[in-house]
Design a protein around this ligand. Structure first.
Ligand code: ZN
Ligand code: MN
Length: 468
């Protein structure tokens, strides 16, 4: 049987400062090696001071993943020598002396299957190595310590996945959940990285390290399963090892042989006192947790009669659900939901477009109001929304400026219909004989008015002109 397990590293990007010092958690905005201090550089005599907010965020994640959370947590040193780690040890957590990491024994429901969460731990991110050229043949490696000490949560699953597709579904659920919690932005470059361990029946476990994109992880798992099956069929032993994903050649390649746990010589980090997280603190954290994605979805469907697929898109994406929550009221909820998922979604389909978008909840409410009051057609509201995304102009301004107002004046539409009847004599004849072809004429009127004619009124007027 195929067994796949995951270790996911997720940066707590919403925090202000690093895990053990006051350097910025958002290291991305700095010149290389400009977001460092004696603590995150591990200089002799410096002492770490734990970021309390990081403990709270990590505990919230543990709770959201149905984990047990202990009364007390401890930190450990994981010793290894590598240029991205100036201290020569990483401060992390372990489950020894009882369960002393922020959480354990949780699960995530993935299409009806429970994927067990073995452990969640809080730890620091190492620095970043930058290779000139490809990592396997580079002559120069640069190191940037801006990231060193950034708060990370490591989430370890049991080897419960049976195939790479399940892994992808799980990661999508997990990243939506983290985003919804407001603790992380999994879409940011390098903010969520995963290791996968893969084994097939009768073979050793192989670990694939540090893949930054879900898409690549799925491909790497596919490749690895095929490689192992092919070795197995030829009676060649599958070595227990660590492999890297080469995203240029789309293959996994063998790297250093894997350290055993004892090679890391874990021991207690005595510079950080054990942290108590009492019941009261945990109760407060639980109470302050945002509504879960599944409960949002249920509410949207039941309270507002929104279609389940639409509710799914809205609830699983914090950005859209925030827009929806702030734009809707009892009466326009369904229209707002549809406006977001049919029109807006297409206009802001990348992270960059989202970040520069000028759309506010007020815009959405105004657009829906204008359509319902028949001052704007559905079609024109789409054009207006596209303009709002770019300029942020108010709906009222756009109605004046862009000449988008709905034409519902009968005599005006009648004039246009007369012109169309002149130009489309054959179509008029057809519509008289076969009433179902009348839509062609309606379409012509819409074309001429650039989508501004009231469609219902247009149909009514055409029919009466045809004597129907
Ligand atoms: Zn620092
Ligand atoms: Mn780790």
């Amino acid at each position: 049987m195929t067994k796949i397990g995951l270790e996911i590293h997720c940066q707590l990007t919403k925090l202000e400062s690093k895990l053990f010092c006051s350097c910025k958690a958002n290291y991305r905005e700095f010149e290389p090696n400009h977001n460092v201090c004696p603590v995150c550089m591990g200089l002799p005599g410096s002492l770490p001071r734990l970021n309390q907010k990081a403990v709270e965020s990590a505990t919230s994640i543990a709770m959201a993943l149905n984990c047990a959370t202990p009364e007390k947590i401890a930190f450990f040193r994981k010793n290894y020598f590598y240029p991205d780690l100036p201290k020569n040890f990483q401060i992390t957590q372990l489950n020894v002396y009882g369960d002393m990491s922020v959480g354990g024994e949780g699960y995530v429901d993935v299409e009806g299957k429970k994927i067990k969460i073995r452990r969640i731990q809080l730890e620091e991110d190492p620095g970043r190595l930058i290779y000139e050229g490809t990592s396997d043949r580079t002559k120069i490696t640069l190191v940037d310590y801006n990231r060193a000490g950034t708060p990370l949560v490591e989430i370890v699953t049991d080897p419960d996945f049976e195939n790479p597709r399940q892994v992808r579904v799980f990661l999508n659920i997990l990243s939506d959940l983290l985003e919804n919690l407001g603790v992380a932005e999994p879409g940011l470059e390098g903010a969520m990285r995963a290791d996968g361990n893969v084994s097939i029946e009768g073979g050793n476990k192989v670990e694939i390290k540090n893949i930054g994109s879900f898409h690549d992880l799925e491909k790497a798992l596919h490749f690895e399963l095929t490689r192992q099956q092919s070795l197995h069929e030829r009676d060649i032993e599958i070595a227990m090892e660590t492999r890297h994903w080469d995203d240029r050649r789309k293959i996994t390649i063998s790297s250093r042989s894997k350290e055993e746990d004892q090679d890391y010589r874990y021991f207690l980090e005595n510079d950080i006192p054990w942290v108590k997280i009492d019941q009261e603190t945990r109760d407060v954290l639980k109470k302050n947790m945002p509504e879960s994605i599944s409960s949002k979805k249920e509410r949207y469907v039941e309270k507002y009669d929104i279609a389940p697929q639409v509710a799914d898109i809205l609830s699983s994406d914090r950005y859209y659900s925030d827009l929806f929550e702030n734009a809707h009221n009892e009466s326009n909820a369904k229209d707002i939901a549809n406006l977001i998922t049919t029109d807006l979604l297409g206009f802001i389909d990348t992270r960059e477009k989202r970040e520069t978008s000028k759309v506010t909840p007020q815009h959405l409410a105004d657009l829906v109001n204008a359509v319902n009051a028949k001052t704007l057609t559905r079609n024109s509201s789409k054009i207006a929304l596209q303009e709002i995304v770019k300029s942020g102009k108010s709906v009222k301004e756009l109605l004046d400026e862009m000449d988008l107002g709905q034409v519902s004046d009968s005599s005006e539409i009648d004039n246009i219909i007369s012109q169309i009847f002149e130009e489309e004599k054959q179509a008029v004849q057809d519509a008289k004989e076969r009433p179902e072809t009348v839509n062609f004429l309606v379409g012509k009127v819409m074309q001429k008015t650039k989508g501004k004619a009231d469609p219902a009124k247009t149909l009514e007027l055409i029919k009466s002109k045809l004597g129907q």
